[in-house]
Design a binder for this molecule. Structure first.
Ligand SMILES: [Zn+2]
Length: 114
C-alpha cells in the first residue's frame, strides 16, 4: 500500500471525481483513506452533553484506496506508484510516469545494496 498520510491524491471515481486533495489518515486494514473535503456527509446528531445544540455535522467518510491516484510533484500528473531499491539498499517510492523518486519508505538494508 503505497499511498501515505499527507500525500496529495486525485479522486478517480464517484461524486468527487477529479478532486485533488490531501490524505488525512489511512486505514491499512480496511484499505481506506480519509481525504480532506472528499466524501463529505451530514451526520445528524441528537442533542447531548457534548453537543447541546444537536443538528447536522458535516464530516468526511473514508474512501477506498483504489479510487485514489497519487499526484506526482515532479510531473503534476495523477499516477500509479512503484517501489524500488536504491544503491544503498534503502527503498523508495517512485512515479510510474516520469520515474521521479517520491521519498524513502524503508531504511537502508545491506542485503539489498547494489
Ligand atoms: Zn511523475
Amino acid at each position: 500500500m503505497l499511498i501515505r498520510a499527507g500525500d496529495t491524491v486525485e479522486v478517480i471515481t464517484g461524486a468527487d471525481r477529479g478532486t485533488r486533495s490531501r490524505v488525512v489518515t489511512i486505514d491499512r486494514q480496511a484499505r481506506k483513506a480519509i481525504v480532506e473535503g472528499v466524501n463529505r456527509v451530514y451526520k445528524h446528531v441528537k442533542r447531548s452533553q457534548k453537543n447541546p445544540q444537536g443538528g447536522r455535522l458535516s464530516k468526511e467518510m473514508p474512501v477506498q484506496l483504489s479510487n485514489l491516484k497519487l499526484i506526482c510533484e515532479t510531473c503534476k500528473q495523477a499516477t500509479r506508484v512503484g517501489a524500488r531499491y536504491l544503491e544503498d539498499g534503502s527503498k523508495e517510492r517512485h512515479c510510474k510516469k516520469c520515474g521521479a523518486g517520491l521519498g524513502q519508505i524503508a531504511p537502508p538494508r545491506p542485503a539489498y545494496a547494489k
